[in-house]
Design a protein around this ligand. Structure first.
Ligand code: F6P
Length: 323
């Protein structure tokens, strides 16, 4: 490869900048020209390419968000949009592409790669941790710690007022943030889409907590929980336990921001480096990941289709330890 582009797409995640820095500096080390594309695939379509070198990414390893900006491009979903993007790549002599993002990004990258043959490597960047082929995605650890710190704060006020708090965390259709932040904060209940939850079961948990002498409790609810919205669940609980003083807190986008954790900076640096090395090795239509501390490459198609399993032990441990 001689000339590559790098872009960040989909929901931003802390550590995307660290990954970008690693791509740009690895490319520079191996004398590969590198262009940053703004606002995800939209930048490919709109010819928004900027040449980048080691100094263009100075001091960004500490920064949340993405200096390239991000978008979920609707135009790139159309054949016409992708053709425009391809024409711009050809105009600039691009022969490799690094796409940092989640499953939506990878789906777009895969189609583009298959239609036009441009070599593509995906770098998993999403707080949701819902990508197969890597133990962790970039941003997940930071989001998890943000959620944990927020829930700790909610715990303080819940205890002072003998309240029951339902706290919603992000994760789209996955429960990784909910499960791990719930365990880390001693939540009595963790509701995630990967397991079948029921109101009866939740009520039994409250009864157990009462018996154990608990005066306040936290229930962490994944945003993708199938039982219903967090407000429905809170309402049903109030109907079952009219004496409970219940509050709902939706953590929302604070989970997407902030300076990346050390683990995310290291992961992003390794994966950004691995993406460029992969392109140099002639790999394409693959995602670079870290599994059991080893760098691996997984077909993008597989990364998007398959799912990392929820650790059932964690659920059991959280249940045993929270009472
Ligand atoms: O994929 C990251 C994520 O933050 C999900 O957890 C959440 O469901 C979604 O993006 C929110 O998207 P938006 O920023 O478009 O509201």
């Amino acid at each position: 490869v001689k000339k590559i582009v790098v872009l960040t797409s989909g929901g931003d995640a802390p550590g995307m900048n660290a990954a970008l820095r690693a791509v740009v500096r690895t490319a520079s080390h191996y004398k590969i020209e590198c262009y940053g594309v703004r606002e995800g695939f939209n930048g490919l379509i709109n010819d928004d390419f900027t040449k980048m070198g080691p100094r263009s990414v100075k001091n960004i390893i500490t920064e949340g968000g993405t200096i390239l900006k991000s978008a979920r491009s609707l135009e790139f979903k159309t054949p016409e949009g992708r053709k425009k993007a391809y024409d711009n790549c050809i105009k600039h002599g691009i022969d490799g592409m690094v796409c940092i993002g989640g499953d939506g990004t990878f789906k777009g990258a895969q189609i583009f790669c298959e239609e036009f043959g441009i070599h593509v490597i995906g770098v998993p960047g999403t707080i949701d941790n819902d990508i197969f082929g890597t133990d962790n995605t970039i941003g997940y650890d930071t989001a998890l710690n943000t959620a944990m710190e927020a829930i700790d704060k909610i715990r303080d006020t819940a205890t002072s007022h003998n309240r029951i708090f339902f706290v919603e965390v992000m994760g789209r259709d996955a429960g990784f943030i909910a499960l791990n932040s719930g365990l880390a904060t001693g939540a009595i209940g963790i509701l995630i889409p990967e397991k079948k939850d029921s109101i009866d079961e939740l009520f039994s948990t409250f009864k157990r907590a009462e018996k154990a002498g608990k005066a306040s409790s936290i229930v962490v609810v994944a945003e993708g929980e199938k039982l219903g919205s967090i407000y429905d669940i809170a309402k049903a609980t109030k109907a079952g336990f009219p004496d409970y003083d219940i509050r709902v807190a939706v953590l929302g986008h604070i989970q997407r921001g902030g300076s990346p954790s050390c683990a995310d900076r290291v992961l992003a640096s390794r994966l950004g480096y691995g993406a460029v090395i992969g392109l140099m090795d002639g790999k394409t239509n693959m995602m670079v990941g870290m599994q059991s501390n080893k760098m691996t490459y997984t077909e993008i198609e597989e990364a998007v289709k398959k799912h990392n399993e929820i650790d059932q032990d964690l659920l059991k441990i959280s249940e045993i330890l929270s009472i």
